[in-house]
Design a protein around this ligand. Sequence first.
Ligand SMILES: Nc1ncnc2c1ncn2[C@@H]1O[C@H](COP(=O)(O)OP(=O)(O)OP(=O)(O)O)[C@@H](O)[C@H]1O
Ligand SMILES: [Mg+2]
Length: 330
Amino acid sequence: MPETVTFEDPTGEGAPIELEKFTLPGDVDDAELRQRKIPDPDPHYVDLGMLYRFAQVERARRSGAEGTVPLHIAVRGHMGTGKDHDIEQFAAAMGLPYFRIPLTGEVRDVTLIGSTHLHGDGKGGTESRWEDGDITRALRGPALLNLSELNAAGAETLFALHGLLDRYGALDLPNGETVALRDDVRVFGTMNPTDIRDYAGTQTLNKAFADRWVIWEKRFPADEQVKEMLATRYPSLKDEYVEAISRLTVEINASFETVDSGVRVETPLSLRSVLDRVPTGLLVYADRDDPLRHAWDEFVLPHVDAYDRDHYETVWNAVVRKGPSAKPFK
Ligand SMILES: Nc1ncnc2c1ncn2[C@@H]1O[C@H](COP(=O)(O)OP(=O)(O)OP(=O)(O)O)[C@@H](O)[C@H]1O
Ligand SMILES: [Mg+2]
């Protein structure tokens, strides 16, 4: 019997979804490599809803309902909202080898698709041999491909992927070979929104390319969600700190999204700041009389452009003014 995995709806509205995990066939060339590339589940991961939504699409696909074609999901959201983490954790849950392939402008399609190389033939001459690129290699066996930074991809890369992502469901290689999308391959993507702020090197997604994806928004986490993530990861962090950090997060990110440029901050507070850097700062400054303020100064503000510090200060004053004086950890 194949192993199964159960996805719960964090809102409590939908029924749990039980799915059979993927199994790795022994007959693929690089079975050992693929086995190693199945991610470990993150014990601190909190599903804010995305994993359950992925599972809904997976279930629909497996239902074999008439007329369905494989859909590919792109998650769009600001920096550090947890897009890649969601996709990686879905691979972990489903038992799929995870291949994260960034499509930034500099990668050429030879890197992604592959190219022909000349080799010595041992008799003083040369012979040409095809070498798979990153995407092609991943497609040769069970895999979850995460094409990250979709909207940074150059035009040639996009065109190379068109056929793979629509009903044709295959990649035509320049050497004449066709690599079909296997039944145990899933394609995901991530991107930053281009509408309200600039992300260097990104552009609005080419319409024909965008049309090949289901695009879902990953929003900034809400107050309760930040608290849950902090408490899961740092069970001994005191409530007053959890409270202050989550309010700062929500308020900074609300200021980032506001249309009023007079009070707007230009840098959101990423989950990397909230979950990685601030708690480390609290450890470092645990003995000071205002550990949160020190952590803020040394672990958050350096990421904020100088002209933006005033707005950060305004939010700090409105939300905490003076941080807790107790030691941060129980
Ligand atoms: N649901 C979650 N539960 C717990 N921790 C999370 C969750 N989502 C993200 N994180 C933490 O936040 C960090 C940032 O997440 P991730 O790298 O996925 O962001 P991203 O949206 O891909 O960012 P970018 O747009 O900058 O690439 C992760 O390293 C992880 O520690
Ligand atoms: Mg990312």
